[in-house]
Design a protein around this ligand. Sequence first.
Ligand code: TRP
Ligand code: SF4
Length: 474
Amino acid sequence: MRIDPWSSTPSLDYARLRDEFGIEPTDKVFRGLPEPPPLFRRGVVFGHRGFDRVARAIQVGEPWAVLTGLMPSGPMHFGHKMVLDQVRYYQSLGADVVIVVADIEAYATRGLTLERAREIAEGYIENYLALGLSADRLQVYYQSERQVVKDLAWRLGKHVNWSTMQAIYGFGGATNLAHVMAPLVQVGDILHVQTAKMGGPRPVVVPVGVDQDPHLRLTRDLADATRQFKVAPNPNGPGLTVSVSGAGSWDTLQAVFPKALAERPPKGAEDDSRRASALKDLTGRVVADVIVKELGFDKPGVQVNAPHGVVTLPAATASSLAAVDEALARYEQRALGGFGFLAPAATYHRFMSGLTGGKMSSSRPESHISLNEAPESGRKKMAAAVTGGRVTAEEQRRLGADPDACMAYEMYVYHTVPDDTRLLKVREDCKGGVILCGGCKKENAVEPVGDLLASLAKGRDASRPLLPKVVRRD
Ligand code: TRP
Ligand code: SF4
């Protein structure tokens, strides 16, 4: 099974996806979150990679960020609203919010002009603000305009080869090169949040649909592959080990630390003795500046194996691994010319079905309700949505209906019935034949959707003047 980020979304077996790709279930990491919103409580956000790091930052009150992107290829509909609902929650918890408009990707993979892509994107941003995203601690940018993002795509491209891109994305001889570059630009999007100018190394979460997982795996691999130090549980005893990447040979070491080692070339030495002196230098610096000075470990307890580039911290606890890792990442960026990118976390949400059953698609208006649609049109579509009801009222009273086959019920779960008790009651009444579809839909989806569409129209008018503030043109 391969996940293709550019195909229309297949119906997915989420449990199987999790098992096959090593995506973790969310229940444990979401448990400690303050007042998680419905999408989190109801398993719509069903999987994650590396969210523990973000959960920890939230708990200890350290800085963190959320970045997500939008593909400006069609109108913004309820399926797209889910990401925004998550971002808004993260913003309320104190995250810096960065939103990228994937205009390069739309150009490379969907045949849009950059101008058209930006126009469509503005409609999304207006809706984001109208839906309650605050303009403070928020920035939106265009891929095509942010130089550091494109630079990272090139620089990190050095660490990926063609076979890997083929294996991940199924690229072949006919794939255009802009499309080949698009995933690397996305890697640049995600990682540039941790550059010094954007706030430095810190936990970042990327909430996306599960179709984006290939990009997230690539990004996390590249973040790890470019780290200059690796922290792990000590394999030979208690505590942690910190090891220098590329310690095995002078060439690899120099490739990992081009700047740090260019500063003081030990002239005239053979490769082996250069390597030995470089490792002595690097381990010495990291122990003095990070392990002792910043993290407060007792110098006599720290064991340094300089020839292997390994430092052992027998007194460290497993729970301090994240703190050690983050201090090292900051040091790499600040003092050693490294990227210092922490592997970003990702969360994955399920996709909504179309109103008529089957897939929800931007290109089929009857399958979705756009957030820019007239309230009356939204109401009509909602009222016509496929339900899990019976053919006659009599039958439904006798046999009950099936909420799990009902597109209206899906709307309640994802968007229109935030109260869990109420949702559960609807579910039971539905199964028990206590309620009929017409009334059920009207109350729980048709009216709320109509009201939301009406209030969004007003909210967009109010938010339009904020656009120049939130959309950064650099
Ligand atoms: N590829 C994403 C999509 O198709 C858009 C995107 C671009 C993105 N850069 C991103 C998403 C960074 C999350 C993070 O929707
Ligand atoms: Fe859906 Fe409500 Fe009908 Fe049940 S009663 S199938 S939830 S519309």
